[in-house]
Ligand binder design. Structure first.
Ligand code: PLP
Length: 378
């Protein structure tokens, strides 16, 4: 039907570019083409065995029914326990809700607060879904260019961009695709400026645990409660524990914001899968075992990063700001008149699958250079 009456809200959105690229790469691979897939950021590790076991146990004992919209109590309690242990922050159950991945936490948070006349700030470079979620609401996107600060958002940039129409800013640190981390003091200043101006903040902390020495992990949960009033934390199990397909994330926000998000979710996905929630709760409850799995994945990411970043920088014409976190690199082909940014990743799907074809594994700087040079046609 050529005149299908798509709604204005959906018409404003573009499909996820990364998911479309991933599908195209899969289709090409299936037809025998040798493809280097630099699309979605997905760990190539499998979910740790103990978490799979928790899910099997939950299935066996019949955790197969509807749960409360905001998630099972044990998951809310486990999330609160994690934030108290790690950051000394106390959150009540009515501030926490389980979501279908971090993406739904962001979608809920933006939709629950934004109107078509509002302005929403996004710092460049940003994850592909941020603008489309904002487009869905009809609000106006205002981009903050961060090239002059090597892709690290600063308080001065935020202050200079806020207008009386600014309702919300989405902050992502460690960031996709830059890997950059906003230093703790600067992050605090940004939140203070937003709070002073009455601007709300979605802090996408999906890469919270992915910070490389000597850089320090920072969550807005570390800020005083009065500053946190303006912030919704969007968290995710996807990357942290190599659970992208499980679709479990969470939001932590003030009670009113959480109530609005719960209302929205109650009429969309209802809640994330029951036994996946139970497994995530157990993963947080048995944190020592979970931390061990996380540590071994982080050590491998760190090893790949040590290879990838110097290798990219050694290519004539390339520069690459230090990715202090996440599992991305964001090199810039700066001596070419047609400047272009290239996102690369060192998540497993990057170092092995992304930079690996069925026939060739990239294991030396020379091979990486060769591949990138051909690909970027320098
Ligand atoms: C910056 C960022 N935020 C959120 C997400 C959402 O992750 P998920 O919905 O799988 O939890 C992603 C996934 O790639 C991401 O890169």
């Amino acid at each position: 039907m050529s005149t299908f009456p798509v709604s204005e809200a959906v018409k404003r959105m573009r499909p996820s570019a990364t998911l479309a690229a991933m599908q195209a790469a899969k289709d090409l691979k299936a037809s025998g083409v040798d493809v280097i897939d630099l699309s979605v950021g997905e760990p190539d590790f499998d979910t740790p065995q103990h978490i799979k076991d928790y899910a099997s146990e939950a299935l066996q004992i019949g955790v197969t029914k509807y749960t409360p919209t905001a998630g099972i109590k044990s998951l809310q309690t486990a999330i609160a326990g994690f934030y108290e242990r790690e950051f000394g922050a106390k959150f009540e159950a009515n501030q926490i809700m389980a979501t279908t991945g971090g993406k739904q936490a962001i979608f809920n948070a933006v939709c629950a607060i934004t109107n078509p006349d509002d302005e929403v700030l996004l710092h460049q470079p940003f994850w592909v879904s941020f603008p489309e979620i904002v487009n869905f609401t009809g609000a106006k996107i205002v981009e903050i260019e961060t090239e002059s600060t090597e892709f690290v958002l600063t308080a001065a940039q935020v202050r200079a961009t806020i207008t009386p129409k600014t309702k919300l800013i989405i902050i992502n640190s460690p960031g996709n695709p830059s890997g950059r981390v906003i230093p703790a003091a600067e992050f605090r200043r940004i939140i203070e400026i937003c709070a002073e101006a009455g601007v709300f903040v979605v802090s996408d902390e999906c890469y919270l645990k992915f910070v490389y020495q000597p850089n320090q992990m920072f969550s807005v949960a570390m800020l005083p409660a009065e500053l946190r009033e303006f912030v919704c934390i969007a968290g995710s199990f996807s990357k942290t524990l190599a659970m992208t397909g499980w679709r479990v994330g969470y939001s932590i926000a003030n009670e009113s914001w959480t109530r609005s998000m719960t209302k929205l979710q109650s009429h969309s996905t209802t809640h994330p899968t029951s036994f996946a929630q139970a497994a995530c709760a157990a993963a947080f409850e048995n944190w020592n075992e979970t931390q061990k799995s996380l540590d071994s994945m982080l050590a491998e990411y760190a090893r790949r990063r040590e290879f990838l970043i110097p290798a990219l920088r050694s290519i004539r014409g390339f520069k690459c700001a230090e990715p202090e976190g996440a599992f991305y690199a964001f090199p810039d082909k700066f001596q070419n008149p047609n400047r272009c940014k290239i996102a690369a990743a060192f998540g497993l799907n990057s170092a092995r699958c992304r930079f690996t074809s069925e026939r060739r594994t990239i294991s030396t700087a020379q091979e990486l250079k060769h591949t990138l040079l051909i690909w970027s046609r320098i």
